[in-house]
Design a protein around this ligand. Sequence first.
Ligand SMILES: Cc1ncc(COP(=O)(O)O)c(C=O)c1O
Length: 385
Amino acid sequence: MPPASEPAASPPEPGVPLFDLARQHRPLRAELLAALEAVVDSGQFIHGPAVARLEAALGAALGARHVLGVSSGTDALLLGLMALGIGPGDEVVVPAFTFVASANVVARLGARPVFADVHPAELVLTPEELERRLSPRTRAVIPVHLFGLPCRVDELVAQCAPRDIPVLEDCAQATFARLGARQVGSFGRLGAFSFFPTKNLGGFGDGGALSVADGELLARLRRLRDQGGRARDDYTELGGNFRLDTLQAAVLEVKLRRAEAWQAERRAVAGRYAALFSQAGLGAPGDERLQLPPCPAGREHAWNLYVVQAARREELRAHLQTRGVGAGVYYSRPLHLQPCFAPGPGRLPAAERAAERVLALPCYPGLTPPEQERVVAAVAEFARA
Ligand SMILES: Cc1ncc(COP(=O)(O)O)c(C=O)c1O
C-alpha cells in the first residue's frame, strides 16, 4: 500500500492491440444479432437460405462467376485439390513462406508439396521461382497472396496454361486484393478464401469459400462438399462435410455490406504508416533497420496484415511490448523446415531470411491516427537506441 501522502499514479495509457475485432462489431451489434436470431428462428442451420444469398453476394463482390461457401479456408484448399483430382504421386508447388495450411492440404491427399522460395521483399511466389520447381509430375500450383499482397498470378497462370497445370490461388489473406482491374481468386482455376475472424471478411468462427468459373468443376465441388453424393444415398466418389454453417453465412452477409468501407480504412492505415515512418526517417529503400511492406504498381494490397521486416526483430517485438504495442510474427519458421514436411528441399534463403525478420504491426479498420503515431514512435525509439 503506498502512503496516503503519495500522489496517485496516472493510469497506464491503453495499449494498441494487434487486432481488435470489437471495434468492427460494436456498431453492427444489433444487425448481427438480428441476423443470428433469424437463423435460430428458422431452424435451418445447414444449407439455410443465408448460405446461397451470401454465395451470390460474394460472387458479385469478388468478381467471380460462382462462389461456394465452405467450412474454412483450409477446407477450401483441400476441397479444391480434391476436385482437381490431386492424389498420391502428384506434386503441387507451394511457396515455402506461408501459413501451414497452404501446404498440409497437399500432403493430406498423399501428394507432395514442392516448396519454392519467395521474392525477398514481396514474400510471394514468382514466375522465376515457379519455373525452378515445375516437373513432369507437377499437377497443381498454389500461389499465396501473402498478407494481402497479390502475387503475379496472371503470369503464373500463363506459365502453367501450356502445361495444363491448374492454379489454385490461396486468397485466405487477400480477400478484395486486386491485380490490375481484377480481384484475386479470378485468375486461377480456383480461388480459396478464409473467413477466419481476423481476415478482411471474417465470421464468428471458421468459414471459407471457393471461387470458380467452370460450371463442371463447380458441380464437382458441390458434390464433394456434401460427402460426394450424386443424389441421396448415391455416392460415386469420396467427399466430406465441407459446408459453411448458416449462422456464419448470416454474420458474413451483414459484414460483407461494410467490406468496401473497411477496405478503404485498411488502405488509409497503410498509407498513414508509410507517411509516418518516412517522417521518422525510417523505412527508406536499403534501410536495414526497417523494411516497409512493398506494394508494386498495378497491385492493390488488401492489407490483411501490415508486415515490416526488421534486422533485430525479436528485440523490436520485445520493445513494442513494453510500450503497449501489439505485434506478431507470421511466420517464424518456413514450411520446408517444418518437421511435418521432412525431408525438405534444402536451403531456401529468402524464405529463411523472412522468417527471421517479419513483424506484423496493428492494421485494421478503426485503428486511429494517434494510435498509429504511438506505434511509429515506439518503433522509432527502438531504431534510434
Ligand atoms: C495463407 C493462408 N492459407 C490458408 C489459411 C487457412 O484458413 P482457415 O484458418 O480459415 O482454415 C490461412 C488462415 O490463416 C492462411 O493465412
